[in-house]
Design a protein around this ligand. Structure first.
Ligand code: GAP
Length: 483
């Protein structure tokens, strides 16, 4: 059985072995913190995305709509949003190893070790001090904190640190035909968040959709950050996807909506059947440049509690900035109170890849099935059926006697309704194990009795129980669970 510390490694290997995730351009030894989703991974990712999209648009009170904005945006967008000047992480370099660390990661790793050594109060004290100093951008005191606690570089083992400096996380590239003397005019950024595509379209959507406040705009799309210390598999990537929703509200109502969305978003996570004890809120002490309140929804990954989603009260910061930089009014006329104002915004922002890792961490189980007679085990992904890449495996017991023909007909009858998988090869036991490993909730086996009475055996992934059902009940059973 994998312990928590090696469970994570087991999940990474599992992702590769079963076609969930591959390192990007692996034949060239990969590209750090960039990953490709394989045949199973892309299905699972799409199912998570669809579930979020449906919950955040279709199932809302007719007041949240979706858009799909471009990745490239006018460069002034990022000046206005504050990302050019403020989207930085404090970094420190070790002079001996030349290795660069994000200051908060370096201190957090040390605090984690202290906790493991039983110095729990000391560790908490260190983290609290760090949060306060980060909130004040007090880099001199932060460096002193690192030295005082004798926090060493993991590579060189020394405390020969440089001063702490800020690094901007945005990727820049050239737009159109760059000429040497007009270089700066051609500079564009790969968006570091999808939110700005929503802000600059606020009035387009409001006017064409005749939206009334409060209303929301949702979006799923790629974002890019030049993370200096990219680590923990798909937890922190340089190219990733976000699922964001900006909710436009009356100024002054932000705390009410902040509490509302905090609760709603946690409910969404719990609707996936995940144990509430695996979640907690973490209030931000250091607020981003645009926020007047913010918290993270954290999940207990195999490497500890970490952020999976942010709930941010962004005030009118972004719209006000865009109004100023574009010189185009970003106001809304509220007919109920006869007032013009720039709306305040409540944001929910979740990383799709991080949610993918959460779902995998939560569903991965190594089970010992040994009996007195024989040793046995299995790896099973206990995915909720609606997220499973494949819903139904159709398995003829043998390759002859007309069984494949019946199985093929079942495949044709059901593949329009949900994703099915057909397989004839190997023993039925091996085929079941492969389906367990990719999280297929139902397997049906077609055997000789099928020819006599039109029934098949259905096997349930989690309990491994089997029962006979009529062929015409298959679709109903599967749809009941995934809808
Ligand atoms: N628009 C607000 C915003 O972008 P954020 O807290 O920086 O806020 C929101 O990011 C979410 O995006 C995070 O909670 C996380 O799930 C995901 N995310 C951020 N950086 C990421 C990265 N480098 N790799 C994967 N996911 C990331």
């Amino acid at each position: 059985m994998a312990t928590d510390s090696n469970k994570f490694q087991a999940i990474i290997s599992h992702c590769k072995e079963y076609g969930f995730i591959f390192p990007s351009s692996e034949i060239y030894d990969g590209l750090q913190a960039v990953y490709d989703y394989g045949q199973m991974g892309s299905e699972l990712k799409k199912n998570i995305k669809d579930y979020w999209w449906k919950s955040m648009t279709q199932l809302q009170e007719n007041n949240i709509v979706g858009i799909d904005a471009a990745i490239f945006m006018h460069p002034t967008t990022w000046k206005a949003s504050g990302h050019v000047d403020n989207f930085n992480d404090p970094m420190i370099d070790n002079r001996d190893s030349k290795k660069r660390y994000r200051v908060d990661h370096l201190i957090e790793a040390h605090a984690e070790q202290m906790e493991k050594d039983g110095r729990i109060d000391e560790a908490r004290g260190l983290l609290q001090e760090m949060e306060v100093l980060l909130g004040q951008d007090n880099f001199v005191a932060l460096k002193e904190l690192i030295i005082k606690h004798n926090i060493k570089c993991a590579v060189s083992g020394t405390i020969n640190w440089t001063d702490i400096r800020q690094f901007n996380l945005m990727f820049a590239t050239e737009f159109g035909n760059a000429s040497a003397d007009a270089e700066s005019d051609n500079k564009v950024y790969l968006r570091p968040e999808t939110a700005q595509g929503i802000f600059v379209n606020f009035l387009n959507v409001q006017k064409t959709g005749r939206m009334k406040i409060p209303f929301g705009i949702a979006q799923v799309g790629k974002a890019f950050r030049n993370e200096i210390v990219a680590r923990q598999f798909i937890f922190r990537m340089r190219e990733f996807e976000q699922m964001e929703m900006q909710f436009f509200i009356r100024p002054g109502s932000q705390m009410e909506w902040y509490e509302y969305w905090k609760t709603e978003r946690l409910k969404w996570h719990l609707s996936l059947g995940i144990d509430p004890a695996k979640y907690r809120y973490h209030d931000h002490v250091k607020l981003a440049h645009y926020a007047d309140a913010a918290c993270d929804i954290e999940y207990e990954f195999p490497f500890g509690f970490k952020e999976v989603e942010g709930i941010h009260s962004r005030t009118d910061f972004d719209l006000k900035q865009h109004q100023e930089y574009s010189r185009k009014k970003q106001q809304y006329f509220d007919t109920e109170i006869n007032q013009n104002y720039i709306p305040y915004v409540l944001e929910t922002s979740i990383g799709l890849d991080r949610m993918f890792l959460l779902v995998l961490s939560n569903s991965y189980e190594e089970q010992d099935l040994s009996t007195e007679e024989k040793k046995d085990s299995r790896v099973v992904l206990k995915l909720v059926p609606k997220l499973a890449p494949i819903k139904l495996a159709i398995l003829p017991l043998t390759k002859k006697d007309g069984l494949p023909e019946i199985a093929q007909q079942i495949l044709k009858d059901n593949r329009g309704a949900f994703k099915c998988f057909y397989e004839e090869k190997d023993t039925i036991g091996k085929r079941y194990r492969r389906m367990d490993a990719i999280g297929t909730p139902y397997c049906i086996t077609i055997d000789h009795q099928t020819k006599e009475d039109n029934t098949v055996t259905i096997r349930y992934r989690d309990s491994m129980e089997q029962e006979r059902i009529p062929i015409d009940k298959i679709r109903e059973i599967v749809l009941k669970e995934i809808e």
